[in-house]
Structure formats: structure tokens, C-alpha cells
Design a protein around this ligand. Structure first.
Ligand code: AMP
Length: 191
């Protein structure tokens, strides 16, 4: 089973590359950001709870996203693999994910880290905000907060996966297809 984590700061291109990887390898896409936005649009209690945090650019509580992922794993028992996008974002989430996957005997094959310089992120996200209409992409202060949250709480996961021998870095600036080719090279080495 091919289970991958696509990792990187907001605006690194995780969603774009995840879409291409899914198409090629036939994986189930688990993006906690997308799931939370759908819940918010539906006005569910989960969506309303998440909105309180997401609208401010801060991470939602770990237990909330861990529950979402656990449900999705159980809903997709016949998947040939999963790509985790925007999850895990804290050490507690990474530990919970490892536990869930080990219990199901489907461990992570690789963590693919997209590296993008900090100063490029802000510009990319604000540009994306104009197209996506996402409120948290449009406000420079919230964008800054999301990047700070990443640096503080999420970037330590690189060490976490490096220690497990699963972290692979790919430079995330350049042609989308070139970056995709490099990611495929890494995936094929690990698979
Ligand atoms: P994203 O689309 O991945 O940038 O996520 C948008 C927002 O959803 C983030 O700024 C967080 O508020 C929330 N979110 C998404 N995934 C997670 C996660 N794994 N842990 C905590 N908060 C999350």
C-alpha cells in the first residue's frame, strides 16, 4: 500500500502536486483543509468549530482532525493508498497517524517535503486568494499567522520523519511538471 504525506508550508504547492500524484498512483486524497472547508460550507457543528480557528489562521485542535482522518481511513478500506495533505501538522498528529496506520498495518512509505523560501509563500498565497476566494488566503495578516503556525508547530515534523528515514525534500519552485517528475522519482525509489 502506497501511503504518502505531502508536506510543506501553506502555499508550497501541496494541493497541486497531490492532485497529480493521485491521478498517477490512484490514491485517496485526504486533505484536512479541504474536508474542513466542506464541513464549513455545509454549516455542520464540526465546520463551525473549525471556522473559529481557520478564519484566524491558527491550527484547529488535534483531536478534531485526528477524528476526521480516522473516519476517512475506515470509510476507504479498499484504497490502494492514501496521500495525506495538510495532515499531520503537529507532532501529536503525526504520532496519532502512525498509531492509526500501524493498527491497520498500512504504514507511511514516504514524507515528501516541498521546500519553498518563506518570502515567496506570502505572495503565492495572496495570488491564490484572488482565484480561490478563500478568506484565509486574502488577508496578509492571516497569511502571516498561518506561516508562523507552520514554522512553530509543523516544521518540527521534518525532524520527526527524518529520524524514521522517511523524509525526502524536493525544491518547490519552478515548473509544476518538473517538480512532479522529481516527486515521482522519490516515490518510485520508496515503493
Ligand atoms: P489548509 O487548506 O491545509 O491550508 O488548511 C486551512 C486551515 O484549516 C488551517 O489554517 C487550519 O486552521 C485548518 N487545518 C487544516 N488542516 C489542519 C490540521 N492538520 N491541523 C490543524 N488545523 C488544520
Amino acid at each position: 500500500m502506497l501511503n504518502l504525506v505531502i508536506f510543506g508550508p501553506p502555499g508550497a504547492g501541496k494541493g497541486t502536486q497531490a492532485a497529480k500524484i493521485i491521478e498517477k498512483y490512484n490514491l485517496v486524497h485526504l486533505s484536512t483543509g479541504d474536508i474542513l472547508r466542506i464541513e464549513k460550507a455545509k454549516g455542520t457543528p464540526l465546520g463551525m468549530e473549525a471556522k473559529e480557528y481557520a478564519d484566524k489562521g491558527i491550527l484547529v485542535p488535534d483531536d478534531l482532525v485526528i477524528r476526521i482522518i480516522a473516519n476517512k481511513l475506515d470509510e476507504n478500506k479498499n484504497a490502494v493508498g492514501f496521500i495525506f495533505d495538510g495532515f499531520p501538522r503537529t507532532i501529536a498528529q503525526a504520532e496519532a497517524l502512525d498509531k492509526m496506520l500501524i493498527e491497520r498495518n498500512i504504514p507511511i512509505k514516504a514524507m515528501l517535503a516541498l521546500e519553498v523560501d518563506d518570502d515567496k509563500l506570502q505572495k503565492r498565497i495572496l495570488l491564490r486568494g484572488k482565484e480561490s476566494g478563500r478568506a484565509d488566503d486574502a488577508n496578509p495578516e492571516i497569511v502571516r499567522k498561518r506561516i508562523d503556525e507552520y514554522n512553530l508547530k509543523t516544521s518540527p515534523l521534518k525532524k520527526y520523519y527524518t529520524e524514521k528515514g522517511k523524509a525526502h525534500s524536493v525544491y518547490g519552485i519552478g515548473e509544476i511538471d518538473e517538480i512532479f517528475k522529481e516527486l515521482c522519482g522519490v516515490i518510485e525509489q520508496c515503493n
